[in-house]
Design a protein around this ligand. Structure first.
Ligand code: NAD
Length: 474
């Protein structure tokens, strides 16, 4: 039977607040009708999403090239294929995730049964960031659809080619009564955030994260905030120094450093580790992008000229304070280009250490002992990720116990963010809540408890007043 709802129209930036309000109302009707709940509907949506990612792969790769200069292979690996594996995983596990989970009851309550059943939350809002504009909208969408919700997606206006592709394509492959893509941007989000939502998942910076959280408080909408922060990489002397440097360079310079879990800075423990980093990082960068990264087809661009200028200014300030550019440093804001850059001799209070860099600049700091590195991290806001590169596995335990971060990587960075079986999210100022795989399904589900206790024979009598007998027993 056709659903008596219409899709939310694509709203240009500057949309008047009452328009999203009316449109959201229409989508809410589908949520009320529980149109998205049945397993077959959910599977149908997920399969549609998978078909879109396969048939429209090229369109997305081109859009990502336009928005961020992403190399096709990188765009496929970190966005299209990564979301496709989320979809495959959800399709494979949907039945199992949807199963009610029986709960044990105390003997005194028998005969009775209880269960926890994941139920769709209803109508959810997904606000994405520009740095992985396909992944950050569609990976949450997988969880939201698997959980049986109706969804509004607000892509970042700063990646307009991708936003257009999402707006055009999603309604072609999914039931437009259950999903809508709006134009995104500040005005549109402000209007949307005035609505009550059954869940909001926001990805982006901390400043806007606060705005979202505050707006959600007014309507008591539950939120997941996927924020960022300065993710450290602690390096102690390595045996395979080449691999250590390649893994750091890969994690840092993929997407020109505009990755929420990229190592933001390196803490080299002692002279030997510092010397290894200094010797090997430039080699790894050259190996990846050649002597002239600007010419490399595999090296991306920054989102804007201002972003490039901001990074260049910070490097300049630290150099004036005595830091040194070990490699890179070239900037061409007009071309949104900045070379992969490593800066040594950066001080803990340096310009590069004030906020998340979110670009291709890797400051290297020196600390005397491993515990100093742990204290350095503990003294600062909880990062989204923390990494330890070491040949001494016995250090893992202290790192594990003392570092509070959204996720950890030992001898590897970035990877955990792309694994469907690992929940992904921050802690403290790097965010709250998690998604990916089953965690995404659960984020968008209400884990609803229920109990059944037949009243054919009243076995609950002991709970009723008058309580005289109980007093005697207690
Ligand atoms: P952005 O500028 O794209 O903003 C994010 C979203 O917020 C966009 O959709 C934008 O339209 C919206 N927005 C902007 N101003 C708003 C306002 N006043 N009201 C409502 N909505 C508004 O992205 P950004 O903030 O530059 O993103 C970079 C940050 O995101 C970094 O800190 C990065 O670490 C973090 N990030 C986190 C993750 C994660 O998964 N945890 C992933 C990517 C990026």
């Amino acid at each position: 039977e056709p659903l008596p709802t219409e899709a939310l129209p694509i709203m240009p930036a500057g949309t008047r607040p009452e328009e999203p309000h009316a449109a959201v109302g229409r989508l809410r009707a589908a949520a009320r009708l529980r149109a998205a709940h049945p397993r077959t509907v959910r599977l149908h949506q997920l399969r549609g999403l998978k078909r879109m990612l396969t048939e429209q792969q090229e369109r997305f790769v081109n859009a990502l090239g336009e928005d961020l200069g992403k190399a096709p292979t990188e765009a496929l690996m970190t966005e299209v294929i990564s979301v496709r594996s989320e979809v495959d995983h959800a399709i494979l596990h949907l039945s199992e995730w949807m199963e009610p989970r029986p709960a044990k009851l105390p003997l005194t309550l028998q005969p009775a049964s209880a269960e926890v059943r994941p139920r769709p939350k209803g109508l959810v809002l997904i606000i994405g960031a520009w740095n992985y504009p396909v992944q950050l909208t569609l990976a949450p969408l997988v969880g939201a659809l698997a959980a049986g919700n109706a969804v509004v997606i607000s892509p970042s206006e700063k990646a307009p080619a991708t936003a257009r592709a999402l707006q055009e394509l999603l309604p072609q492959y999914l039931d437009s009564a259950l999903i809508s893509v709006v134009a995104g941007g500040r005005d549109c989000n402000t209007a949307l955030l005035a609505e009550p939502w059954d869940h909001i998942l926001y990805t982006g910076g901390e400043r806007v994260g606060r705005i979202v959280y505050e707006a959600a408080a007014k309507t008591l909408s539950p939120v997941t905030l996927e924020l960022g922060g300065k993710s450290p990489a602690v390096v102690t002397p390595a045996r395979n120094t080449g691999a250590m440097a390649r893994r750091l360079a890969w994690a840092k310079f993929t997407n020109a450093g505009q990755t929420c879990v990229a190592p933001d800075y390196i803490l080299a423990v002692g002279e030997e580790a510092h010397a290894q980093v200094v010797a090997e990082l430039p080699k790894a960068i050259r190996e990846f992008y050649g002597a002239e990264p600007r010419e490399s087809k595999d090296y991306g661009r920054l989102i804007s000229a201002e972003h490039a200028q901001r990074l260049a200014d910070m490097v300049e300030k630290d150099v004036a304070a005595g830091a040194e550019v070990l490699v890179g440093g070239e900037v061409d804001p007009a071309a949104r280009y900045m070379a992969p850059t490593v800066v040594t001799g950066v001080q803990p209070d340096g310009a590069l250490m004030q906020e998340e860099l979110f670009g291709p600049v890797l400051p290297v700091l020196k600390v005397g002992a491993f515990q100093d590195a742990l204290d350095f991290i503990a003294d600062r806001p909880h990062p989204l990720a923390a990494y330890l590169f070491t040949d001494r596995p016995r250090l893992h335990r202290a790192f594990d116990e003392q570092v509070q971060a959204g996720g950890l990587g030992y001898d590897v960075a970035l990877l955990h963010a792309g694994i469907t079986t690992l929940p992904f999210g921050g802690i403290g100022s790097s965010g709250m809540g998690a998604y990916h795989g089953q965690a995404g399904f659960e984020t968008f589900s209400h884990l609803r408890p229920s109990i059944t206790k037949s009243d054919q024979v009243d076995t609950l009598k002991t709970a009723y007043p008058p309580y005289g007998w109980m007093k005697r027993k207690m």
